[in-house]
Design a binder for this molecule. Structure first.
Ligand SMILES: Nc1ncnc2c1ncn2[C@@H]1O[C@H](COP(=O)(O)OP(=O)(O)O)[C@@H](O)[C@H]1O
Ligand SMILES: [Mg+2]
Length: 366
């Protein structure tokens, strides 16, 4: 059997650039070299594509150790130095000439998880892992995700959508309208970001302007959302037309909520697999996750996040992550592992699902 050539695409133009490199490293370490040939493709922060030598060197860096030992700025500057040396030989986007059979997208956030790279690969005729264009961009937008999921019968947190231009035109009117509709505390969040960037839990009138200004400076659309009580429960989904749900995992935030520091710096959040909820409730959450995956047209994989209250048994959809973290310690591979699918099996299944999907739905992007 000839080896299947996999372009492992990582880095990218999002705030999660470094996490993407660490995800790609885990994927590369878990891919069977007897069946696959990995062609690393590194996208710099400013959108330059680099392949082979330099991409492999970056993949081989121990970035987790570097991030622990120095600042993120120092890590960025190391990466920059390496890139400057390599830019004389730019990658020419010719996947066919490079013999690529399938792309493994190990990018997170904007430009990676939002349908843009998926559309690009569709136009190149290259099958890729995970969701297509529509599901990727839909789930990137928290307001549209909720609209579609609610239409499919899922429960979502009551919220209003605010346009940043309207807010800047008349902040006072926005403050009044929000206070009329919501009791403190509530959440303010940019519609299209991730990693908790720009998200605030607002406890008082005094804190409201700053929360809105910060979210409105990052996105043209912002959600104001009722604070939901309950455990944060996450389910990993794998498959195309007949997706499977993992057992449920639980995140216990270290602070007031699961914010950026908690996710990437303090490591104070606790992770529980399985989640600390009764079995029958776990089954209900799994079926809500599958229903969400199907309703939003997801393919390949997604991590579906909920708030679950074991007393009221309310299951509230929070959001869908179509390219969840893929490091050794990330929730998605750990949930799969706990469900009986090892990291290397997971990588293999995702590549197979990408190839199957491209045969069935050639370039429709759904
Ligand atoms: N409506 C809400 N009620 C309670 N907690 C919330 C709510 N919205 C967000 N949070 C908290 O903020 C965190 C990040 O919000 P989330 O919507 O998941 O954005 P991100 O895409 O950045 O992960 C959640 O994990 C949770 O801790
Ligand atoms: Mg989240």
């Amino acid at each position: 059997m000839p080896l299947i050539s996999v372009a492992l695409i990582f880095g990218g133009k999002s705030a999660e650039h470094e996490i993407s490199i660490i995800s790609a490293k885990s994927i590369a370490a878990n891919i069977s070299t007897q069946r696959y040939r990995v062609v690393p493709v590194y996208i710099t922060c400013d959108g330059v594509w680099l392949s082979e030598g330099i991409a492999r060197d970056i993949l081989n860096l121990d970035l987790s150790a570097l991030l622990r030992a120095s600042s993120q700025a120092a890590v960025s500057s190391t990466l920059n130095d390496m890139v400057q040396q390599a830019r004389q030989k730019p990658f020419d986007f010719d996947f066919k000439a490079a013999g690529i059979d399938v792309a493994f997208i190990a990018l997170h956030g904007s430009y990676g998880e939002d349908g843009r790279i998926q559309g690009f690969l569709d136009t190149c005729g290259i099958p890729y892992t995970g969701c297509g264009v529509l599901a990727s961009s839909l789930t990137m937008d928290k307001a549209l995700t909720k609209l579609c999921a609610a239409d499919a019968g899922l429960v979502v947190a009551p919220s209003i959508t605010l346009f940043s231009a309207d807010y800047h035109a008349d902040p006072e009117a926005a403050h009044k309208e929000i206070e009329k509709q919501f009791e403190y505390p509530f959440f303010v969040k940019p519609a299209n970001l991730g990693s908790s960037v720009g998200i605030s839990k607002v406890h008082s009138t005094e804190a409201l302007p700053h929360a809105l200004e910060s979210a409105c400076s990052l996105d043209s659309k912002v959600l104001v959302e009722k604070a939901i009580t309950g455990r944060e429960i996450e389910v990993a989904i794998l498959g195309n037309e007949q997706p499977q749900a993992s057992i449920c995992g639980e995140i216990e935030p270290g602070g007031d909520f699961y914010d950026y520091e908690d996710k990437y710096m303090h490591n104070a959040a606790k992770l529980f697999i399985p989640a600390r909820i009764p079995d029958d409730l776990q089954k209900e959450v799994q079926s809500a996750a599958l229903k969400t995956f199907k309703a939003l047209g997801c393919k390949g994989m997604s991590r579906v996040d909920f708030f679950v209250d074991e007393n009221s048994r309310n299951i509230v959809l929070n959001e869908v992550n179509t390219i969840p973290g893929f490091t050794d310690i990330s929730m998605f591979p750990r949930l799969m592992e706990a469900t009986g699918i090892s990291f290397s099996e997971l990588v293999e299944r995702l590549i197979q699902l990408a190839q199957e999907n491209s045969k069935t739905f050639n370039s429709i992007g759904l």
